[in-house]
Design a protein around this ligand. Structure first.
Ligand code: NAP
Length: 353
């Protein structure tokens, strides 16, 4: 039997992706939807401005949008709220015994909250046992990273493991869907590049180093690397592209790096429905990856790397691309939930002895 789940922020860009990805999901069934007062009391079909290129199912369109309170909500909640709202609402759900699988930045850097990409740092998940909600009600919060950190970290993880990384320089070209709906005004972005996304560079830097860090007792020791991120908004609908330079601890050839990416299949054998077979795909063409052509690799869950070449300042440079609302948001949370199921932490959500 499929487990019932709820979506907080169900009408937004990420909420819509959740609904799309959960259609016919073998383990989870959408049973409860919530959004702001603007939407609650209406049917989902009336409240949402559906922006995806697959049709909204009649079943979900007819579902009511509930108020965003834990009463009557299922015990598994996918949360897609703005950080300010998440900071207030997510703890209420965790305190009520819900497993909150969150997309927002509100708790990502809190020391007892795991920030997880299943292929990268599943071993950080035991941090949930330190959360006061977990001890009192069984509920907890698990987060996935910022949509631009996730592609970068997928590409870096196999390299860190084999060669170590001392320094990371990244410059992003981020899609407009990353700003939610309606997002950046068309007059600001059409034919333009905006070299500022509030708090994004800070998030990329601290989240990348936490994700690549080591669990030591009750704390994550961040990767001790120097890092600098530049974040730009560009007139692309979906898919964040990033130019990356890295300095390694131990020397590596081009073949070494290609092998590290090709052999990176850490979830092989776990049979998680949303996991891509190859989390990091290499595109050998000289002008790839490109958002329009490569963002749907691995059903939107793979990061595509390309343009690997020596760097004049650090050791190597390359381009990485990932789908920001699938791999960078709803798909990331869904994969976290699938990992939690496979580890026995979602079924049932129980107060530990
Ligand atoms: N878009 C991306 O690529 C991406 C990637 C990674 C992470 N994220 C993060 O995911 C979160 C959601 O992003 P988004 O792009 O989906 O934003 P969005 O399109 O603006 O959607 C926001 C959602 O929150 C709901 N909401 C607003 N105020 C609320 C309230 N007071 N109580 C309950 N619900 C409320 C909205 O409902 P109404 O429709 O009723 O207003 C809507 O469902 C953000 O934290 C964002 O940073 C986004």
């Amino acid at each position: 039997m499929r487990q019932q789940i709820g979506i907080l922020g169900a009408t937004g860009m990420v909420g819509q992706r959740f609904i799309q990805l959960l259609e016919n999901h073998p383990w989870f069934e959408v049973a409860w939807l919530a959004a702001s007062d603007r939407s609650s009391g209406r049917t989902y079909g009336e409240a949402v401005r559906w922006k995806l290129d697959t049709p909204l199912s009649a079943r979900v369109a007819a579902m009511p949008v509930s108020p965003a309170t834990p009463e009557g909500a299922p015990k598994i909640i996918f949360a897609a709220l703005d950080a300010d709202i998440a900071r207030d609402l997510e703890p209420k759900f965790a305190a009520a015994g819900c497993a909150v699988i969150s997309n927002s930045s509100a708790f990502r850097m809190q020391p007892d909250v795991p920030l997880v990409i299943p292929e990268v740092n599943a071993e950080h998940l035991p941090l949930v046992e330190n959360q006061s909600w977990r001890k009192q009600s069984g509920g907890y919060i698990v987060t996935n990273p910022n949509c631009s950190a996730i592609g970068l970290v997928l590409a870096l993880k196999p390299i860190v493991e084999r060669f170590g990384i001392e320094a990371i320089f990244v410059s992003t070209m981020q899609a407009i869907s990353g700003a939610g709906y309606p997002g950046v005004p068309s007059m600001d972005i059409l034919g333009n590049v905006v070299p500022f996304i509030k708090n994004e560079e800070e998030k990329m830097q601290e989240e990348t180093l936490k994700l690549l860090g080591r669990l030591n007792g009750r704390l994550i020791e961040p990767l001790p690397a120097r890092m600098s991120a530049h974040c730009n908004r560009v007139a692309v609908e979906d898919g964040h592209t990033e130019s990356v330079s890295i300095q390694l601890t131990r020397k590596a050839t081009r073949e070494d790096l290609l092998a590290a990416w090709a052999e990176f299949t850490p979830l092989a054998g776990r049979d998680l429905p949303t996991a891509p077979a190859q989390p990091v795909e290499f595109a050998p063409e000289q002008d790839r990856p490109q958002p329009r052509l490569d963002r749907m690799r691995g059903a939107g869950m793979a990061a595509t790397v390309g343009r690997l070449r020596p760097c004049g300042l650090l050791d190597w440079k390359f381009t990485v691309l990932s789908h920001n609302t699938i791999r960078g948001a709803a798909g990331a949370a869904l994969l976290n939930a699938e990992l939690l199921v496979s580890l026995g932490k979602l079924d049932p959500v129980a107060v530990p002895a």
